[in-house]
Write a protein that binds this ligand. Structure first.
Ligand SMILES: Nc1ncnc2c1ncn2[C@@H]1O[C@H](COP(=O)(O)OP(=O)(O)OP(=O)(O)O)[C@@H](O)[C@H]1O
Ligand SMILES: [Mg+2]
Length: 299
């Protein structure tokens, strides 16, 4: 069941299309990774989903309700964490956590709140104006995970967290998912995306250029091979799915589309393999290709 769904969602600023005809959906009980380079349109999409911006065209719904018309109703059941958290400077962290939770119209679950404060090693007694960026993010994260939301919308929620706290955050996301909650996670931390997300959508210049489960995307990745052969290998450049051939003396280094691996290995084996090394494909390589702009078109 899709808890969140957009259909041909478009948001223009003047004549500029920040979000261009995007279709995404987040199913119950899944973590959906929303990734793409700076300025791609992630936060704009999220602001439309939160009812902070009105879509230019297309539709967006959460819990089957229109995000613009039913924002107040929807907000009772979602938790939102932005990357840039602004707080009330004269309230303490603890007061703001309570305030955030009350604004969501729910009673404060004291035990859960205390548990998260402990896990995030957070001191709630200080005035917000004294908190570092990471500590401001903790306020927002603790309030979000302490509230019993059905859908968490997290827009680069960990850009200020240290590695230990990043791990705590990941545990919280996995626990929420295990309880059947849904999470939309926008992130530049690719290892975080790879670890947490069931499916991802890659957005670039307002358009979704790739989407699917991580397993599906893995098929789009390339294996790095280094080979040495008895006879000189010929005809490699004519094979489909072979990239970045680099010949250094006896040794050839190349990238191979994972789905073409079998064919390429067969071809090379005709020349008498002396040495063969291969490095498994990483999703990070795939993501980086999209960030860099070679949107894999030729892959
Ligand atoms: N209020 C606005 N008025 C005009 N242009 C805007 C506005 N908000 C965003 N944009 C433009 O829309 C595009 C998408 O911005 P958005 O903030 O959605 O990117 P993003 O994917 O969240 O990037 P980042 O990874 O840097 O957070 C950018 O080119 C941005 O300059
Ligand atoms: Mg953003």
């Amino acid at each position: 069941m899709a808890l969140l769904k957009t259909e041909n969602l478009t948001k223009k600023f003047g004549s500029f299309k920040a979000v261009n005809n995007i279709n995404i959906d987040v199913q119950k009980g899944e973590v959906y990774g929303f990734i793409g380079p700076n300025g791609a349109g992630k936060s704009t999409t999220i602001r439309v989903l939160l009812g902070m911006l009105k879509a230019t065209s297309g539709t967006a719904s959460i819990f089957g309700k229109d995000v613009w018309k039913n924002a107040v109703e929807i907000h009772k059941h979602i938790a939102y964490v932005p990357g840039d958290v602004n707080l009330w400077p004269n309230l303490t962290g603890g007061e703001v956590i309570d305030l955030f939770m009350k604004l969501r119209g729910r009673d404060v679950n004291k035990n859960r709140r205390e548990e998260l404060i402990e896990r995030f090693k957070f001191d709630p007694s200080k005035k917000c104006r004294t908190y570092s960026k990471g500590n401001r993010q903790k306020v927002s994260l603790i309030a979000a995970f302490a509230s019993d939301a059905d859908l968490y919308i997290l827009d680069e929620p960990t850009s200020g967290l240290d590695p230990l706290m990043e791990r705590t955050f990941q545990e919280c996301v996995m626990e929420a998912r295990d309880q059947g909650k849904s999470i939309l996670l926008s992130s530049h931390i690719l290892s975080e995306v790879e670890r947490l997300c069931d499916r991802v959508g890659i957005i670039r210049e307002g358009r979704i250029i790739e989407s699917g489960s991580l397993d599906e995307l893995r098929h789009l990745t390339r294996t790095h091979m280094i080979v040495e052969t008895k006879q000189q290998v010929t005809g490699l450049e004519d094979l489909q799915g072979v990239h970045d051939i680099d010949i250094k003396g006896e040794s050839i280094s190349l990238q191979v589309n994972t789905e073409e691996l079998d064919k390429v290995v067969r071809h090379i084996s005709q020349f008498g393999v002396v040495k063969l090394e291969s490095a498994p494909p990483t999703l990070e390589d795939l993501f980086m290709r999209h960030y860099e702009g070679n949107s894999g078109g030729e892959a």
